[in-house]
Design a protein around this ligand. Structure first.
Ligand SMILES: CC(C)(COP(=O)(O)OP(=O)(O)OC[C@H]1O[C@@H](n2cnc3c(N)ncnc32)[C@H](O)[C@@H]1OP(=O)(O)O)[C@@H](O)C(=O)NCCC(=O)NCCS
Length: 145
């Protein structure tokens, strides 16, 4: 059985760490703003096992002037559960959460490897590529909801 629930930021670490921060200290799985009330964390469970996470941060980007805009960070599905439609389900949950507001926009810094996944789900690149530390090339992507 698949379910998606709000979780705490600490609960994201067992998925964020192996998928997004492999080989780095566990503390690198903590993001600035994780503990704010305005930040929302979602987990996707299969038979009560957490297999994917993502988080929404109240963060404006200078590219956009929408009053309601959130940045998604830490989208990760455990390796053996990828390409089974779970990432899509998590992203749709984030969209539904934001759609409660009028004229909302969802944006994020997408790893180059994940761009085709987001494009499939209707997200667009804006601006030029840029590098984030030792993680690699990223693009800002967004969707008006
Ligand atoms: C990127 C990620 C979140 C996608 O989640 P997922 O559960 O594997 O993706 P889904 O199965 O929901 O894919 C939805 C659609 O996108 C496609 N897709 C998924 N990843 C893709 C990729 N890297 N390239 C091309 N298409 C991709 C799927 O084939 C599927 O298409 P379909 O509906 O035509 O079959 C997941 O693979 C992941 O955690 N990757 C490693 C970490 C990462 O890159 N996170 C994103 C950081 S910005």
């Amino acid at each position: 059985m698949i379910k998606i629930e709000e979780i705490t930021f600490q609960e994201t670490f067992p998925v964020r760490h192996p998928v997004l921060r492999a080989g780095k200290p566990i503390e690198s799985s903590h993001f600035d703003g994780d503990e704010l009330d305005s930040t929302k964390h979602f987990g996707i469970f299969i038979d009560n096992i957490l297999v994917g996470v993502t988080s929404l941060f109240m963060q404006h980007h200078s590219f956009f002037d929408h009053q309601t805009q959130m940045q998604m960070r830490g989208m990760a599905i455990l390796d053996s559960y990828q390409k089974q439609g779970l990432g899509e389900k998590l992203l749709v949950t984030c969209e539904d959460y934001l759609k409660k507001e009028k004229n909302a926009l969802l944006w994020f810094n997408a790893r180059a490897k994940a761009v085709p996944f987001y494009e499939k789900l209707g997200y667009q690149i804006i601006g030029n590529s840029f590098e984030i530390g030792d993680i690699g090339t990223h693009y800002v992507m967004y969707k008006q909801l």
